[in-house]
Design a protein around this ligand. Structure first.
Ligand SMILES: C[S@@+](CC[C@H](N)C(=O)[O-])C[C@H]1O[C@@H](n2cnc3c(N)ncnc32)[C@H](O)[C@@H]1O
Length: 357
């Protein structure tokens, strides 16, 4: 029987994802209190983000993840000069030695494995799993890192784990954003390919390419077969940072890709996509979005910590994505929300040779 990828779930699973990511609140708060002395540093007065990062020995990416979360928790504020300051709550209860200080209580979790792991990630700015004696980083492949996506068992396990979220979200994305006028979709880092499959099932004339690592594509190929679209879905192995971007596509999807990478890789990848598109073509960024002020929303700030721990990325704001689209010569559009905190932000290449949406 052919499986359908076009039916949305009856209930929204978002609360389950929020519960699952709750541990990162404990980890970041305890790291800040018991390992990094963040509240002590700021008790002496407001600091620029750079000065606070230097005081704690943190690079930009871990600092952004930590500060975004603490602002979402209501523990840090930004003053009129762009310096970080303690909120009233933090000043009253998290400055060591204060009358109502609770930092000793928070310190009860200081040696828990999750907190120690987060502190290690914050200090080294390296994802879990990529050290010499470890099994490889999840979800990311580039030259110079050990990647779990290069081994059959771990690639299959991680790809199918992500499919749990994707099979809920893909029907919603395909239902809210029609590709009726598109000819050929390129799904970069498409994993199981379920997002492409949902669109292929909606639009019988559409063709798609899932561009991913060879071991991941074994799963994508099985999914294309079981969903009856194998004749229109090409599984193409490659490295999205180095191999030529496949030509002849008029829509490119980056679903949950950019959040796995640091700023330089995001800008490079968006630039490569923009160059490959014809005038009128579209780049679709399907992802979560932090507030443009990088102070929440809380569930995205916690998801950002999860991404930070596992990959070389973090969550970004719509303003950050829009800036990179403009830099690449694309015109950003409006975000259409999908499910599980995700939304799709289009960037259109100016020109009118082909209308895709
Ligand atoms: C977080 S998953 C996203 C999967 C899917 N797009 C989704 O939204 O669920 C990232 C995907 O990018 C792929 N990937 C990572 N680095 C890559 C590279 N250098 N070239 C091609 N694919 C890569 C991974 O194998 C994985 O399937």
């Amino acid at each position: 029987m052919v499986r359908a990828a076009t039916e949305s779930p009856r209930l929204d699973p978002t609360p389950i994802f929020e519960l699952f990511r709750g541990n990162h609140a404990t980890e970041l708060l305890t790291a800040a209190v018991a390992h990094l002395g963040l509240f002590d540093h700021l008790a002496r007065g407001p600091l620029s983000p750079g000065a606070l990062g230097a005081a704690m020995g943190l690079a930009d990416r871990p600092l952004t993840v930590l500060v975004t979360a603490l602002r979402a928790f209501g523990l840090l504020d930004l003053d009129a000069n762009g310096r970080l300051d303690l909120s009233e709550l933090a000043r009253g209860h998290l400055v060591p030695g204060g009358e109502f200080d609770v930092s000793g209580y928070i310190g009860l979790a200081a040696d828990s494995p999750g907190v120690l792991e987060m502190v290690e990630r914050l200090r080294t700015n390296r994802p879990a799993g990529d050290a010499d004696d470890e099994p490889g980083a999840a979800f990311i492949y580039r030259e110079g890192i050990e990647s779990a996506m290069e081994r059959e068992a771990s690639a299959r396990h991680l790809t199918l784990a992500l499919a749990g979220r994707a099979k809920n979200v893909a029907p919603v994305l395909a239902g809210r954003l029609s590709l009726a006028k598109a000819h050929r979709l390129l799904d970069i880092g498409g994993g199981t390919g379920i997002y492409s499959i949902a669109w292929l099932q909606r639009h019988p004339a559409l063709r798609a390419i899932v561009w991913d690592r060879p071991e991941v594509l074994k799963v994508a190929h099985e999914m294309a077969e079981s969903h009856g679209v194998a004749d229109r879905l090409e599984c193409l192995a490659g490295d999205m940072f180095h191999d030529p971007v496949p030509e002849g596509v008029d829509v490119i999807l980056l679903s949950n890709i950019l959040h796995d990478w640091d700023v330089a890789e995001c800008r490079a990848l968006i630039g490569r996509c923009a160059s490959a598109l014809p005038p009128g073509g579209q780049l679709l960024i399907h992802d979560v979005f932090l507030n443009d002020t990088l102070d929440g929303p809380l569930p995205i700030a916690l998801y950002s910590a999860a991404l930070f721990r596992l990959t070389e990325g973090r969550a970004y704001s719509a303003a950050e994505y829009r800036g990179w689209l403009i830099e690449a010569g694309l015109e950003p559009g409006e975000i259409t929300p999908t499910l599980v905190h995700c939304g799709v932000l289009p960037g259109v290449k100016p020109g009118t040779t082909r209308q895709t949406l």
